[in-house]
Design a protein around this ligand. Sequence first.
Ligand code: GLP
Length: 241
Amino acid sequence: MEIVIVADRAAVGEVAAGAIADLVAVKPDALLGVATGSSPLPVYTALAARVAAGALDVGRLRICQLDEYVGLPPGHPESYRAVIEREVLTPLGLTPASFLGPDGAAEDLPAACAAYERELQEAGGVDLQLLGVGSDGHIGFNEPCSSFSSRTRVKTLTHRTRLDNARFFGSLDEVPWHVLTQGIATISDARHLVLVAAGEAKAEAIALTVEGPLAAVTPASALQLHPHATVIVDEAAASRL
Ligand code: GLP
């Protein structure tokens, strides 16, 4: 595992954007797995700046989702599909045709999960998966005690994650209870995992991810098993390493 410690959130974004730009330079039609949450936002800002400056061409880049809420109506502004369209596709000038994701509005959710696994494989697999980490060490929506061998499936959110995510909704009651998420084994199929975190609130999760025991209770510790994992953190998030 490669650990990169930089001064601040913006520098985390620059370093991660550099890894994505290096990938696109050798594979313009790479499949990039993106994440939601506040942690990856500086990465998208840095990528968009490179695109605007003409330093990066993402015209052939393909994008895929890590996870999705269940039961939000199509077009709901907090569905992860809508969030990624707003925060990633639009700033980078990408069209939704280049965007794969699990269908959280499907009637048959297990079938939608299996279909997404197939889609990812048929697309050639994820080249680089960008990850944030929850304050409890979750990745995607793989809550503590998710199996390291899990594939895309339905999960129930913990109270802590629903509370963490309530800020995006009108009230806690509006936060969905269920989600579809790539499993830990699905995520680990990506050729390169890049986890980004900033701020003191992530320091414990980062310490457990990088130096803690391999444990299902810390889903992000699965990165220790990956042949090409990069953790990019600011000094505050690295403060307990
Ligand atoms: C959600 C997402 C995760 C993300 C996490 C942390 O649970 N499903 O992919 O890593 O939030 O979000 P933030 O970066 O805002 O702390």
